[in-house]
Design a protein around this ligand. Structure first.
Ligand code: URA
Length: 242
């Protein structure tokens, strides 16, 4: 458990800027373990101590894990000068802390994890861990068993050859619907894998990352915290994939 300055904890919870939360403390609005705090610089262990602000308990969580159904049209970044970002969709107290774990293209939808747990994020993205990413896609053109076989061998792209990928045809015709599972997460990877066969991806949605599935009850743009069970599964998954 980490000892931190009270004003830092309060600011991280979205209660205001450092200056504003200092003023809150000076006004006597903050009570720590039953005693009115008068020093914004006092050290607290926020997870352990009882902190009340205007009589309301502060529900402090050091680590935040958010599962989002990313909508199209927003960028997977913490800030961007042109477009809205995934972080802009979140409440302030989460937005100031988290970063997206990897990137989905602006037009890609689906499962995106956001967290301030740098270690977990690093592990999930590490090529060594080979965490599976599964996508649903609509393809302009006919996807055939030849593509399935080629994906299973790994697809040669300009800068690298992908690891074997599992391609499953859901429907095939003038347009096709497929599911594909890849183990890397290179820039535009799925689109480039199909482009290598002259095929265009018209819709792309991530449905799974390792053991974590997109929650069908989340509409695009909606999000929720990971459950304890999901978090444990993710942590064990990256531990197991050494
Ligand atoms: N592959 C892509 O081409 N785009 C994404 O957003 C994710 C995987």
């Amino acid at each position: 458990m980490k000892r931190e300055r009270l004003d830092k904890v309060l600011a991280n919870m979205g209660l205001g800027t450092r200056k504003e939360v200092k003023a809150l403390v000076k006004q006597g609005a903050v009570v720590v373990d039953g005693v009115v705090a008068n020093d914004p610089g006092m050290h607290v262990v926020a997870e352990e101590q009882e902190i009340l602000v205007d009589g309301e308990p502060l529900n402090y969580k050091r680590w935040v894990y958010v599962l989002m159904n990313k909508p199209p049209g927003v960028i997977s970044a913490t800030e961007d000068s042109m477009h809205e970002t995934v972080v802009d969709l979140l409440p302030y107290e989460w937005a100031i802390k988290v970063h997206p774990v990897g990137r989905l293209d602006i037009d890609t939808e689906g499962l995106l994890l956001l967290t301030n747990d740098g270690q977990l994020s690093h592990s999930l993205l590490s090529p060594k861990k080979k965490v599976e990413k599964e996508y649903f896609a609509r393809i302009d053109g006919r996807v055939t068993e030849e593509h399935v076989a080629a994906f299973a061998k790994g697809v040669e792209l300009e800068d690298f050859t992908t690891l074997p990928a599992k391609l499953e045809i859901l429907s095939s015709g003038e347009n096709s619907e497929i599911r594909v599972t890849i183990m890397e997460g290179k820039f535009h990877q799925v689109k480039r894998m199909f482009a290598a066969f002259g095929l265009h991806v018209s819709y792309l949605q991530r449905v799974r990352m390792g053991p974590l599935h997109l929650d069908p009850s989340l509409e695009p743009g909606e999000y929720r915290e990971l459950t304890e069970e999901e978090l444990t599964m993710l942590q064990q998954h990256v531990k197991g994939n050494q």
